[in-house]
Design a protein around this ligand. Structure first.
Ligand code: ZN
Length: 309
């Protein structure tokens, strides 16, 4: 029954960024008559606890405090605590009750903590009534650059789906930086071009004042403006042997010199992930595996400090 964790666990640094329990079983919840720190310290010292318990969310009248306990090594299911310390007092804690939050996923805890900016400890009662917390939330903020429409922001959607299950990645918060392709066109043309060519049909692609053609339908050539990426330009070359006037929509153009924590997609990347100083790039039609690989690269380069206990 004895685990290494019991024998080797050291007190948590209350100032360490992104402290997150690795297992909800480490977190116990107790109703107490007061959240006074001295009382909590004494009460949770020399007290019987489940052998996995390392943290106690002490509750009193809707408020909480976070206590850490040290246990006597034991082979039994329950053991005695040797000492206790308050990691975050009642004034430093906020509570989120949201059954859509999977408390095993650091990025989901970080997203919950975003609801209380500046709060040191956010305790989350999430799916299956599991209780966990994030202490000193300092998630990595990834700038996600993409262009819409056509369609919804697909890459943003994919990143959020990957992060929603990333139990082993440090906490990440995505900061969308979305550019509207219709505004790009408006910025380039005072008057809408009479004929407009876009790569394919998609939702939200209505352009008042322009006759719209779709490149993937290989329509008869007109004197149009292409609203598309370099790949569309190449396809146009192949179809018609000419280079149209073009408004570039490739999100790569919005990368900045230091884009260590930036993610975007590019029409010219066929597969895999490219990572440069300006950002990390996945293919236009990236798979979830490629998105996951890109996130891993960004997280590793950023050297996110976190304690996953
Ligand atoms: Zn591109």
């Amino acid at each position: 029954m004895r685990t290494d964790e019991q024998i080797t666990s050291r007190p948590t640094d209350p100032e360490a960024p992104n402290v997150i329990p690795g297992r909800y079983r480490q977190v116990a919840v107790a109703s107490v008559p007061t959240l006074d720190p001295a009382w909590l310290t004494e009460h949770f010292t020399d007290r019987e606890v489940y052998f996995r318990t390392r943290f106690v969310v002490a509750r009193h009248e809707g408020r909480v405090a976070l206590v850490e306990v040290d246990r006597k090594p034991s082979d039994d299911l329950f053991t005695l605590t040797i000492s206790a310390r308050v990691l975050a007092g009642a004034d430093d804690c906020a509570v989120v009750v949201d059954e859509t939050v999977d408390t095993a996923v650091p990025s989901q805890l970080a997203a919950a903590a975003e609801r209380f900016p500046g709060v040191r400890c956010v305790v989350v009662e999430g799916s299956y009534s599991h209780v966990s917390f994030i202490l000193n939330p300092a998630p990595l903020r990834i700038r996600l650059v993409d262009v819409v429409p056509p369609g919804r922001a697909k890459l943003l959607d994919q990143v959020q789906r990957v992060l929603a299950t990333a139990e082993d990645l440090p906490p990440v918060v995505v900061v969308p930086d979305l550019v509207d392709s219709r505004q790009l066109l408006a910025a380039a043309h005072d008057v809408p071009p009479r004929d407009l060519l876009i790569p394919c049909r998609g939702s939200g692609m209505d352009f008042p004042g322009s006759a719209v053609s779709f490149l993937d339908e290989r329509p008869p050539e007109r004197d149009w403006t292409l609203l598309g990426c370099e790949r569309s330009n190449q396809i146009h070359q192949w179809f018609y042997g000419s280079t149209p006037e073009r408004v570039d929509i490739c999100p790569r153009q919005w990368l900045k010199p230091d884009g260590r924590s930036t993610l975007t997609r590019c029409c010219l990347l066929q597969e895999g992930v490219e990572s440069e100083r300006t950002g990390t790039v996945v293919p236009w039609g990236a798979s979830l595996a490629e998105v996951r690989a890109a996130l891993e690269i960004i997280v590793e380069r950023a050297e996110v400090a976190w304690t996953h206990i």
